[in-house]
Design a binder for this molecule. Structure first.
Ligand SMILES: *[C@@H]1O[C@H](CO)[C@@H](O)[C@H](O)[C@H]1NC(C)=O
Ligand SMILES: *[C@@H]1O[C@H](CO)[C@@H](O)[C@H](O)[C@H]1NC(C)=O
Ligand SMILES: *[C@@H]1O[C@H](CO)[C@@H](O)[C@H](O)[C@H]1NC(C)=O
Ligand SMILES: CC(=O)N[C@H]1CO[C@H](CO)[C@@H](O)[C@@H]1O
Length: 485
């Protein structure tokens, strides 16, 4: 084995790729090592919903230089997966997918968008379930199925957010899951996981979990059963703890799950600045046996104030203080251990779908899944026509073109994506250009940030900080680190 290492490294500079992951029981597994994979994820929707404009040929994975900037920054953080919500199947995503692949990051892709005709509606779902809608979701499959770093598809996101949406919607989400899985089985060369991303609303969460992960007659191959289940979890706010956040209940409730469960969003911002202490809990041995990590909401700053990086129209960007707080929390994760556990050898059988699984009175108890709408069978049989095609391409230059500044106003030097060796996913510390240690401020040396300090940073506007002279100090520090590297 040892002899082949240099050869592998050589090959890696040509076409490095992360290994496509598989689902085994309640775990994502790297088939090459047999190790379990924990998602260290980032929600990526620069521009918010305006970042998706099919009429302007624009979506979050269609601009190479933007992706280079953001992948480089996420590499510094230590992210290994991105979640992207709204995509146009007919745009070319090769450069961005290849950049994130080289940076060691997987992609979780939502097949829907908020536009009419591009998602199942919470209200009268049958009016939104038709062939052209399915054709679009299958086109997303076509556009992404060939990227090795595609981790999975979300068949829906928070379509059920209250009991009022729960009477009929669940069976339609199961129908879409079935259709996507049947399409993938016929037209993709590997089993790509499909699952639902649920709202963490107590009235509907566990019923959603049971509804989407049970199987007809307990048969795990039932195509309408989700391959994974995710929840958008915002119950840990500020310096909370395992019990106060009710993470203990989540672990208890999902124990024995027959599919991987993870947070498809987390990062409550009710207490500001965020301290991201939930990271320590999420990747601790209290949670990793049951959950498979989570996705932080979110990379780009938007009016709702969850962002880590403020991106400007000219492509330049300002790193916000929360970015370094999260980076420092990620740095404490014991990646080697959490990414190298063996999945449990016994996979729990899926529960048999039965109205007894459902607790809330208003929640769908009908497991007869709606039949395909007219015209859809032909598309599943023959494939989307014309089908978009995606492929990994060679990226000649990984240098970031835009100026990116630290919270104190200093500019990051030498910012570039650092392509990883073949079969590597990104971990904290795999890329650290000068000026990105500590808090991204002049005097920072250590790897821990105190909440009081970040509060101060957030309170001080960027301009004030520069005026106070911190900027000049930081430049000196950046130059110093530059010499070291
Ligand atoms: C199906 O999707 C493809 C790719 O987006 C598109 O070109 C085609 O017109 C669609 N067909 C139907 C019937 O909606
Ligand atoms: C756990 O499940 C129980 C029973 O369904 C439910 O009452 C409780 O709200 C759940 N807790 C969480 C945190 O979802
Ligand atoms: C269950 O749902 C199916 C459609 O998915 C419908 O045809 C059937 O009538 C429903 N059954 C009941 C008892 O409501
Ligand atoms: C000016 C400023 O915010 N300095 C802080 C930089 O980061 C270090 C380490 O967290 C703090 O100790 C400094 O106070």
């Amino acid at each position: 084995m040892h002899f082949s290492l240099p050869l592998l490294a050589l090959g890696a500079s040509l076409v490095a790729a992360v290994p496509s992951l598989e689902v085994k029981g309640n775990a994502f597994v790297n088939p090459k090592t047999g190790d379990r994979f924990q998602i260290v994820g980032m929600a990526y929707q620069p521009g918010g919903s305006a970042g998706y404009q099919p009429d302007k040929k624009k979506d979050p994975l269609s601009d190479k230089d933007h992706c280079l900037r953001d992948a480089a920054l996420m590499q510094i953080l230590g992210v290994n997966t991105i979640r992207v919500y709204n995509l146009d199947p007919n745009l070319n995503h090769d450069a961005c997918a290849s950049i994130f692949n080289a940076a060691g990051m997987y992609m979780l892709i939502d097949v829907n968008s908020p536009l009419v005709g591009e998602s199942i509606s919470s209200w009268e779902p049958w009016t939104s379930y038709y062939a052209a809608y399915l054709n679009r979701t299958f086109a997303i499959v076509e556009a992404f199925k060939s990227y090795p770093n595609l981790l999975g598809f979300f068949s829906g996101n928070e379509v059920i957010s209250a009991e009022k949406d729960a009477e009929f919607v669940p069976r339609y989400i199961r129908a879409v899951t079935r259709d996507l899985k049947n399409y993938i089985a016929k037209h993709a060369d590997r089993a790509i996981p499909v699952g639902y991303s649920a709202a963490d609303v107590r009235d509907v969460l566990m019923d959603s979990f049971n509804f989407f992960t049970c199987a007809e007659n307990g048969d795990a191959t039932d195509p309408s059963r989700g391959d994974m289940f995710a929840l958008n979890s915002y119950s840990w706010c500020g310096n909370s703890d395992f019990t106060k956040s009710q993470y203990d209940q989540l672990v208890k409730n999902f124990t024995g799950t027959s599919v991987p469960v993870f947070f498809s969003e987390y990062g409550c911002n009710e207490v500001k600045p965020r301290v991201f202490t939930e990271v320590g809990a999420l990747y601790s041995d209290k949670m990793t046996p049951v959950l498979s990590g989570g996705v932080v909401y979110e990379f780009a700053q938007e009016p709702n104030n969850y962002g880590l990086v403020d991106i400007h129209d000219d492509g330049s960007a300002d790193i916000l203080a929360d970015f370094y707080t999260l980076k420092n929390q990620y740095a404490k994760i014991d990646s080697k251990t959490i990414q190298a556990t063996k999945p449990s050898s016994s996979s729990p059988k899926p529960p048999t779908c039965d109205s007894k699984l459902i607790k809330e009175a208003g929640f769908d108890k009908n497991f007869t899944i709606p039949v395909l709408p007219p015209g859809a069978k032909e598309i599943i049989d023959n494939g989307v026509k014309p089908a978009p095609v995606g492929k990994i391409i060679k990226i000649d230059d990984y240098t970031v073109k835009y100026k990116v500044k630290n919270p104190d106003g200093t500019e990051l030097q030498g910012l570039a994506v650092k392509p990883l060796a073949d079969d590597q996913s990104n971990t904290p510390g795999s890329n650290s250009p000068s000026g990105t240690s500590g808090n991204g401020n002049a005097s920072s040396t250590g790897s821990s940030s105190s909440p009081t300090q970040s509060k101060k940073n957030a309170a001080l506007g960027k301009r004030e900080m520069a005026a106070s002279g911190v900027g000049i100090l930081a430049l000196t520090a950046a130059a110093f680190f530059g010499l070291l590297i």
